[in-house]
Design a binder for this molecule. Structure first.
Ligand code: CA
Length: 230
């Protein structure tokens, strides 16, 4: 049985073919598209479990594709980029991607990442538990966040991060722990992802709860959820 249907959006034929081959060998079904413009029409018709989305595409680029897809779908999106300086924007609030991979990559790494993203997004904790503190409520079932009753838009990664932190108020989590808990894989150099997610999350929380600094950086250690000191 197929592990899932992966949509590969990549205009470089060779790379696309290698990715497709590796994913299929690993039990996934893979479909190739070579332009960004084809993605939205494809998703309107067919189901994909995850999109591997190249940033540099002819026509509509990967960032615009991601934004367009997010208007109607929460399908996991892993951006593929050759430009490290784009990473912050990729995982930033306005794009809505779940993860990224830098070119050049090894196909094995890509398969590992696809598996990790699917694993962390798919079954997740089935319990519909509410976590509520300091006016912030997380609904594990609907994956919605409200702040003092008003909805707060967060990305899937931000949701998981906030959930981990809020489940253990006061506990310091190292970046590596957070990467493992939130991203579901161990990978060197991905601490930066966590920093970006934290930065975005703080920005969102601060706009909903002005003056409240709920996520502390603990120098040399990591982060903790700290509902109002004093
Ligand atoms: Ca490209």
């Amino acid at each position: 049985m197929a592990e899932g249907h992966i949509l590969i959006v990549e205009d470089e034929e060779k790379i696309a073919a290698v990715l497709k081959g590796y994913l299929e060998k690993s039990g996934y079904r893979a479909t190739l598209l070579d332009t960004g413009d084809a993605v939205v029409p494809f998703l309107r018709e067919k189901h994909a479990d995850l999109i591997l989305l190249d940033v540099m595409l002819p026509g509509m680029d990967g960032m615009d594709v991601c934004r367009e897809v997010r208007k109607f779908s929460q399908v996991p999106i892993v951006m593929v980029t050759a430009r490290v300086e784009e990473i912050d924007r990729l995982i930033g609030l306005e794009i809505g991607a779940d993860d990224y991979i830098c070119k050049p990559f090894s196909p094995r790494e890509v398969v590992a990442r696809v598996r990790a993203v699917l694993r962390r997004l798919r079954p997740l904790e089935p319990e519909g538990k509410l976590i509520s503190t300091h006016g912030i409520t997380l609904n594990g079932e609907t994956r919605e966040v409200t702040v003092q009753g008003s909805p707060l838009k967060v990305t899937p990664s931000e949701f998981r991060l906030l959930k981990v932190l809020m489940s253990h108020p006061g506990r310091v989590f190292t970046r590596t722990e957070l990467v493992n808990l939130v991203q579901g894989y161990e990978f060197e150099g991905y601490d930066r992802t966590i920093d970006s997610h934290i930065k975005n999350l703080r920005k969102k929380l601060a706009s909903a709860l002005p003056g409240a600094e709920l996520i502390d950086s603990v120098y040399g250690e990591g982060y903790r959820f700290s509902p109002q000191k004093g």
